[in-house]
Design a protein around this ligand. Structure first.
Ligand code: HEM
Length: 468
């Protein structure tokens, strides 16, 4: 059942490169089979027809599930009806609550509105120029580490990108010094946590009430205690070790005041630091890993990327100001985010009865926008499965509305780190691709797998080749 596009289907013409995707069913599998598939890989449950459906509904155990797959319905759900549909799915809330408590990512209503006002400005686009020098230094460390490996060295590009983005987020959240000291510990704790949380929340599907205690694996409790302990230690040492004057998220959180002039509590600071780490690390890592893979299979795109980097930067390391001068580099990242959105499912629970797409959805309905489907909807995109960054170049024809391309979500809950993440991805690709070309290890079968995020399996074996 879990078949994929055969390698022979991968076109030799670089412009037409069709990267792999899981087998698409002709008919929806029976519900039990569907749940089993969803548990292993959420991307493998779809029929061919689902990609062009406007709206889909399905009763799953005691829950009504709805998928919105057209820009106007996405707008209605995430923008017009934000109030009724702002709550994250029970699965997401229960999976993350032990770790991030009432953190922005899973809170709603009053708590979310208050936190969003305090946290979003700290990582807002206007702050990114202040974070960029930390990003650039960290990316240069990665480039130097690759240099030291020698030409043709084998590497796991997924692990390298995870390491890079974890270092960047740790150094920006905690300041350079603390970030360096604690990055490893924080990453280990989060990976352990992710390994042990459940993908499918059966209790929620059965409609069990919120107050009913959920079973938590001891491993989840251990990982939580480890991460929270480290975060406490970091906050304690921040006051004495803080890097003078340099932008850091934790500094912003400590100094933040709400509308009543009150500072955030220790617990809130810890929760929001965990949110930013969690939301901002693996997403960017996966984006970069997919980008290396796509580039390795498409010589035409790779050559154009190199041409832009070489002509615009003339060998110099890019700065924040150069990001706006690299439209093709940006387009490569945007196309990578279209084909492999790191967050492939955006799920909400209706807090009240609501009408979307002309249908009445009862309170408790799970409504989903699935970027994996929307971004490959043949009614919205020409040659929807093909890797073609040109569709994102300024002035390109045929780009759907902003509600048809949602790698960062849309509406009031749009990713608070959008500019941060895009800048980080563009700078990382620019600096590393200036010096290196990455080739896929021959015989490697790359398949998209969705756990909490969409990644190219557990590893991406590639070889490093110096460009100059
Ligand atoms: C390529 C990189 C990134 C992608 C694709 C991405 C994607 C997303 C998506 C899809 C959501 C909404 C999730 C949902 O509705 O269920 C989200 C939320 C969020 N992201 Fe990002 N993100 C990225 C990078 C970052 C970075 C670097 C940061 C922090 C520096 C960040 C911070 C956040 C926060 C705080 C939220 C919660 C917003 C809210 O609920 O109000 N993200 N992100």
């Amino acid at each position: 059942m879990d078949q994929t596009v055969p390698v022979a289907a991968v076109s030799e013409t670089p412009a037409d490169f069709i990267p792999p995707f899981p087998f698409r069913h002709e008919r929806t599998p029976p519900i039990i089979e569907l749940m089993g598939l969803a548990r292993r890989n959420f991307l493998s449950i779809w029929t061919r027809g689902n990609f062009s459906s406007r709206m889909m509904t399905q009763q799953v155990l005691r829950r009504m599930m709805v998928i919105c797959n057209a820009p106007d319905v996405v707008q209605e759900a995430f923008q017009t009806h934000h109030v009724e549909l702002q709550r994250k799915s029970p699965q997401m809330r229960h999976a993350l609550a032990p770790l991030i408590g009432d953190g922005l990512f899973i809170s709603d209503s009053e708590t979310w509105a208050r936190r969003r006002k305090v946290v979003a400005p700290i990582i807002h686009g206007s702050r990114v120029p202040g974070f960029a020098p930390i990003m650039i230094d960290t990316i240069e460390d990665q480039r130097n580490a690759w240099m030291a490996r020698g030409d043709g060295a084998e590497t796991d590009a997924l692990a390298d990108m995870a390491h890079l983005t974890a270092e960047i987020i740790c150094r920006t959240i905690f300041g350079r010094q603390l970030g360096k000291n604690y990055a490893h510990e924080v990453v280990e704790g989060f990976s352990e946590y992710q390994r042990h949380i459940d993908q499918v929340d059966l209790a929620a599907m059965l409609g069990l009430p919120e107050w009913m205690p959920r079973f938590r694996k001891p491993a989840v409790r251990r990982a939580t205690a480890r991460i929270l302990g480290v975060l406490d230690e970091i906050i304690d040492s921040y006051q004495t070790l803080k890097d003078n004057g340099e932008a850091s998220v934790i500094g912003g959180l400590l100094e933040a005041r709400d509308e009543d002039g009150k500072p955030l509590s220790r617990e809130a600071i810890r929760n929001e630091a965990a949110v930013i780490f969690m939301a901002g690390h693996e997403t960017t890592a996966n984006t970069l890993a997919w980008t290396w893979y796509l580039l390795s299979q498409s010589p035409r795109v790779r050559e154009r990327l190199h041409a832009e980097l070489d002509s615009v930067l003339e060998g110099a390391t890019p700065t924040f100001r150069d990001v706006a001068r690299l439209p093709y580099t940006r387009a490569v990242i945007e196309e990578s985010l279209r084909l492999y959105p790191p967050v492939p499912i955006l799920a909400r629970e209706a807090m009240a009865e609501v009408h979307v797409g002309g249908r009445k959805l009862p309170k408790g309905t799970i409504l989903m926008v699935v970027p994996w489907l929307l971004h490959r909807n043949p009614l919205l995109w020409d040659d929807a499965d093909a890797f073609n960054p040109d569709r994102f170049m300024p002035g390109a024809q045929g780009r759907p509305s902003k509600y048809g391309y949602v790698p960062f979500s849309i509406g009031p809950r749009i990713c608070a780190g959008l500019q941060f993440g895009m800048t980080e991805a563009i700078l990382s690709l620019a600096i590393l691709a200036q010096s290196f070309d990455l080739r896929l290890r021959p015989g490697t079968d790359v398949q998209p797998v969705c756990r909490l995020t969409l990644r190219p399996g557990d590893a991406l074996p590639m070889t490093l080749h110096r460009r100059r």
